[in-house]
Structures are given as C-alpha cells and as structure tokens.
Design a protein around this ligand. Structure first.
Ligand SMILES: [Zn+2]
Length: 419
C-alpha cells in the first residue's frame, strides 16, 4: 500500500511510524506520561474527591487499565510511548546498561541507543507544531530524537536555545522559577509549560513527561500524594478547557518494597553470586540506576545478570538465582527478550524479577539506602508495576476488545480513535 506519495501542494494528513498509521490531529492533542502513577493513585484521589477533571475523563471520556513495557522503568516506557512500539523495536530496555562490547556500564542519556523513529518526529515532519517537555533532562534527547520542534526539561529550563531546544529561555517563557529537581513542582512545571505553549500558539501536539518523585515518596492515601493529584488535576482541567484532546498513561506503577518495620525488603543477588562463584565472575546490573537515586537507592524489581567468567556454569547461576527468597522469575536473556519484547542483542545472560514488594539489588555496598532517610522504599521495575491507567478526555471509537492494551497505544487512541 503506497499511500504516502502526495504532491507538494497536498499536506499529508497521516504518517506511518513503526508499522502503525497516525493521523495528523485537527485539534490540539496532549499526551501526558504520568510517571509512577499506579492506578491506585487515581482511585484514591477520586474517592477523596480531589480530582474532578480526572473523574470527568473517566465518566465522559475513556478509562481502562493498560500494561506498561518490561522492565517497568521510566526510559523504556517513555520511549515506547513516543514510538508506539515496545523495546524490541526501539532498542531502549533500561536506564542503565552494561555495554557488552566495551564492558563499561553506561547511562541512557541521549538518543544513541534508539533504533526507531518517533511519532512526534513524524508529525512534525507533516506540519504539526510538536513540543516535548520532560521533568528530567535525561529523557529529553531520546524523546526529541529526530524532532524538528520544541523540546526542553523542567530541570534545565533556564538557558535553553532556539538551536538546541527549539525555544529560547524556556523558563522565562513559562514564567516560573526553576523548581527543585526533588520536588512535586518539577512535574507541575512540565504541565504549566504545556499550558503556556498552547496558550501562546507554539504547539498543537504535546508530549508531557512528569517525574515520579511524589509516588516514590508517598503512598496514594498520603496527604502529599492527594495534594499532588489535585494540583495535576487542576492543570489537566486547564488543558481540556483550552480545547485539547488529553491522553494520560503512565510509565509504570509503584509498589511499597519495605518490610512491616520499614526496613527495605531487598535481596542482594550480587552478594549471593559473589559468595558462590567468586567476586568478578558475574555482574548484576540494576537498570533503574539513574542520576536521581535519592528515593530508590537504585533498587527496583528487575535486574540483569551477566556471567563474565567462562568457567562459571550458566545452569548453576540460574538455579542459584531462582532459589533465592524474593525472586519470582529468572529467565535466560533470549527467553526474556522474546517474552517481554526486549532487544535480544542487548540482553544479559539472565534477567531476574522480584516478588511483589521485594527489590532486587547487586551488592549491598552498591546501594546507599541511607539516602531514603528513614522513609519506606517504594519502587518499580517488575511485573507488579505493569498495570497503569489509560485515560482519554474524549470518548473513543470501539477498539479491538480482545487486543491487549498497552501504554504505548496512547497516541493511537488520542490521534486515531477520538471521535
Ligand atoms: Zn518513572
């Protein structure tokens, strides 16, 4: 089907990205990645009566639960959402990797890992005014991959330039002081920036990616969480008032990973492997690791395990890992890649997933849990955090009910299915 050949005078009204077709929207369209928004935050806030706009989306628009991609970390899911495809297609399956060619651990801080184009870049190419605003700068380059448009972060909103970010002095444009990187305001800045961009006529397709600072720190019924939900809700109300179609999903949920006495419930697989096979023979990588470790100590429910010493039996490693308390699932890399749609060539020898409420770590000395400052460990990464909300401000045309709904279907719904 070769429908894409249109003359120079006929602007294209649709694109095909990673095998799926998307319409250029006639109305302002906003997709929000509500970082760490487990469905219980939505439910609890609704029961408390503090989120009228989200409630209205549920009753008058569309509400469902969707599955995030594995591992349930921020970068793989954000990139999946803007690509409309799982990590097997775009290549980003963690925040942090062991580069198998160099033996070095690397952060995914730019677009170098990306193997697929984004829906955002495609829409900009056919004339949409696209803007990406993220809470943390670490995601900006990946989300802006190939994009001719606006892209900046709340974290680094000062000193943005036209050349690099598509907008000069974003902080001045938004008219707010730069928020602290560890604060609820970082996410609210993102939403306020989106509102300002629409009000100023600078954007008509927006991707707004929040931070999970509040969810790492506070359970859904905590006053701080309810206040944050109310503050987000007020901004969603404004976006809808401006005439936007709003789609909201999350990159992952959030689980309390502490024992009843408040001590983090962690199984340190690196220590277990070192004791059995010797230091340096294996390497446990925690793909949650990022420059913002303060609230999770680089601990989550999913790790990768590399066997570095050829004399170590893979079978023995697998059996040892699978027998540890708190370990729900151990798979060989190829098997994990197939089951969870991850890029096989970037997989480790094994992956391990924790039980609900259990974090998996490397060695105890690698994780500074004192940074939690006595607060309960709340984190994500495994299968327990895969269920996320999937909300639209408008009703949607009937979809294939039998199809498994994914968070990365949100652009398809917002662009193609809203009536
Ligand atoms: Zn996240």
């Amino acid at each position: 089907m070769n429908m894409m050949t249109t003359g120079a005078h006929a602007p294209r009204d649709r694109i095909v990205v990673n095998g799926r077709q998307y319409h250029r929207p006639q109305r302002t369209t906003v997709v929000i990645c509500f970082d760490g928004c487990d469905p219980t935050y939505i439910e609890t806030a609704a029961q408390a009566g503090v989120t009228p706009a989200l409630d209205a989306m549920r009753s008058r628009g569309h509400f469902a639960l969707a599955d995030a991609v594995m591992p349930t970390f921020t970068n793989p899911n954000n990139v999946s959402i803007v690509c409309g495809a799982p990590p097997a297609v775009h290549g980003v399956a963690g925040n942090f990797y062991l580069d198998l060619t160099t033996g070095e651990t690397v952060m995914m801080l730019d677009a170098a890992m990306m193997r697929a184009p984004t829906i955002l870049a495609g829409l900009a190419e056919i004339g949409s005014k696209v803007a990406v605003v993220t809470a943390k700068d670490k995601l900006r380059k990946a989300l802006a991959f190939g994009l001719d448009g606006i892209a900046f972060s709340a974290e680094c909103a000062q000193g943005t330039t036209d050349e690099e970010h598509g907008i000069a002095d974003a902080a001045g444009f938004v008219g707010l002081d730069k928020p602290d990187q560890y604060s609820a305001e970082l996410s609210l800045f993102v939403l306020d920036a989106g509102i300002r961009l629409i009000e100023a006529g600078r954007a008509d397709v927006l991707y707004l990616s929040l931070s999970d600072y509040v969810q790492h720190k506070h359970a859904p019924d905590a006053p701080e969480a309810l206040a944050f939900m109310a503050a987000v809700d007020a901004r969603v109300a404004r976006l809808i008032e401006l005439g936007a179609v709003v789609g909201i999903t999350a990159d992952h949920g959030m689980t309390d990973m502490s024992r009843p006495d408040g001590v983090p419930h962690v199984t340190y697989l690196g220590d277990v492997l070192d004791a059995a096979f010797g230091k340096g023979t294996t390497r446990v990588i925690c793909p949650i690791t990022d420059p913002f470790v303060r609230h999770h100590g680089a601990l989550g429910g999913f790790v990768r395990v590399h066997v570095l010493d050829g004399s170590v039996s893979h079978r023995a490693v697998q059996d040892l890992l699978a027998g540890q308390p708190g370990v729900a699932l151990v798979l060989r890399g190829a098997e994990a890649a197939a089951r969870f749609e991850m890029p096989e060539d970037r997989e480790a020898d094994f992956i391990a997933v924790g039980d609900a409420g259990v974090a998996l770590g490397a060695c105890a000395t690698d994780h500074d849990i004192s940074q939690l400052a006595g607060e309960r460990l709340r984190s994500h990464g495994g299968l327990s955090e895969q269920r996320v909300p999937f909300l639209l401000s408008h009703p949607v045309a009937k979809s294939d009910e039998n199809r498994r709904l994914r968070n990365f279907d949100i652009f398809d719904f917002a662009l193609n299915r809203v009536g």
